[in-house]
Design a protein around this ligand. Structure first.
Ligand code: 5AD
Ligand code: SF4
Length: 439
């Protein structure tokens, strides 16, 4: 048998992309590819791109430029671009960077094997359609390979919300939910392969409305069905929109034993004026009331969020409303960004905030957020929490895992506990992690 061909995938951006990269590797695995961590060894290089950050496309072009030497040395090397930049730029990528052989949008990964064959015949392959079928159905898994204890499972993609700053509705398209039976089948398969924690993924995951035998299911109902899978111990989901947090989902946070006490619920701004201009369709008070209801259901839940500062026309007063909202909510973890324009989105046309001013606001917000994050992390000391051990630590006899609240926890424990959940008493809080002892 000939040497297997090697595939190098570089993944940018969100968990959705991490998941998609795994699926692409599986699809090409069927064509004899094995993954490599070094681009120099590869017969195919795929960049799985993200469009959410500033100048995303420019960064992809400069990354591609760096493969020129490799391609000159190895004419059989095929180079592909996947993900949201592929979707947004399409054919333009091949025009601007002729060394690219393949451009594939997030909805077309099941076509990768045929596309790869096309490139082997010396042709270019492009597919950035939004097909109707379920792209995941076509991705035949390799024989049941063992998996690590945690996995992502995409249940929903795309978004109909059209926040004024965001490219997702244009690059990932309209909201689509995967049917219930497919999600449950994939979840059972993951558990058989050793997975103990599943994070359900979607750009707007709590808008999930997948088809079941008796009509559409909500995310809450899906979570309850997952809760019944033996061997699965933890369920998480991300990312949610405040307007789609229905009563059942809030209640599940109190009642569903395997649903973890952590919720990523971006608000973006604390100013009603800015929220309106962002087309967020919720306001500051409705968000604060929602947080109260969620905490009533699950008092120790850790809330995380996303913020944008320096959105067009944001004043110092608007920004103070954001700081004030943060003070009220108390976040356990946050992602905050300086607004950056995305051509084609409504906000791109509006008067921009001075860049130095925006940077200053970002710094002030991040200082407050890291203080809060540290306070909530410190407050874990003395508590006993579940920890799912994922790998060995740097010190001898040490394991590292994630707590129920998603904190990294270091514990002296036997390696036989890898892949298991154990009860751990937290004894110390460090910069980015907790230390604990088995109870
Ligand atoms: N500028 C800055 N941040 C953005 N995000 C999305 N679009 C932009 C933009 N144009 C942030 C939002 C979103 C997160 C994934 O990225 O906070 O929730
Ligand atoms: Fe983008 Fe999220 Fe708004 Fe959808 S809800 S448009 S994905 S920020």
């Amino acid at each position: 048998m000939s040497e297997p061909k090697k595939l190098y995938i570089k993944t940018y951006g969100c968990q959705m992309n991490v998941y998609d990269s795994e699926r692409m590797a599986e699809a090409l695995g069927g064509k004899g590819y094995v993954e490599t961590q070094t681009p120099e060894d590869a017969d195919m290089i795929l960049l799985n791109t993200c469009h959410i950050r500033e100048k995303a496309a420019e960064k992809v072009y400069s990354e591609l430029g760096r493969f020129k030497g490799l391609k000159a040395e190895k004419p059989d090397l095929k180079i592909g671009v996947a993900g949201c930049v592929a979707q947004a730029e399409g054919e333009e990528i091949m025009r601007r960077q002729p060394l690219v052989d393949l451009v594939v949008g997030p909805q077309s990964y099941h076509r990768l094997p045929e596309m790869e064959a096309k490139t082997r015949q010396g042709a270019k392959a492009l597919d950035t359609d939004f097909p109707e079928e379920d792209k995941f159905e076509h991705l035949k898994s390799r024989p049941k390979a063992k998996r690590g204890p945690t996995a992502f499972l995409t249940v929903q993609e795309g978004c109909d919300k059209f926040c004024a700053f965001c490219v997702v509705p244009y690059t990932r398209g309209a909201e689509v939910s995967r049917p219930v039976d497919r999600v449950l089948t994939e979840a059972r398969d993951l558990v058989e392969r050793g997975v103990r924690e599943i994070t359900l993924l979607g750009q707007n995951v709590n808008a999930y409305h997948g088809a079941g035998a008796d009509g559409d299911w909500s995310l809450a109902r899906l979570i309850w069905a997952l809760n019944d899978i033996d061997g699965l111990e933890r369920i998480r989901f991300t990312t949610s929109h405040p307007n789609d947090m229905d009563d059942d989902l809030i209640a599940a946070h109190g009642d569903c034993p395997k649903l973890m006490p952590y919720l990523h619920l971006p608000v973006q701004s604390g100013s009603n004026r800015i929220l309106k201009r962002m087309n967020r369709s919720h306001d500051r008070d409705s968000y604060l009331r929602l947080i109260e209801r969620i905490r009533a259901a699950r008092p120790d839940i850790l809330i995380s969020g996303d913020f944008i500062v320096g959105f067009p026309e944001e004043t110092e007063e608007d920004f103070r409303d954001t700081l004030d909202l943060v003070e009220q909510v108390k976040y356990g973890q946050c992602y905050s960004f300086k607004y950056s324009t995305r051509p084609g989105t409504p906000a791109a046309e509006r008067p921009q905030v001075d860049d130095a001013e925006a940077s200053d606001r970002l710094q002030r917000l991040q200082a407050l957020l890291s203080r809060q994050q540290r306070e909530l992390q410190d407050a874990m000391v003395g508590r006993t929490v579940g920890v799912l051990f994922e790998k060995t630590g740097r010190l001898d006899g040490q394991l590292v895992g994630k707590s129920d609240h998603l904190h990294a926890v270091y514990v002296q424990a036997d390696a036989s506990l890898l892949g298991q959940v154990a009860q751990v008493k937290i004894v110390e809080s460090n910069t980015n992690s907790l230390g604990g002892v088995l109870v």
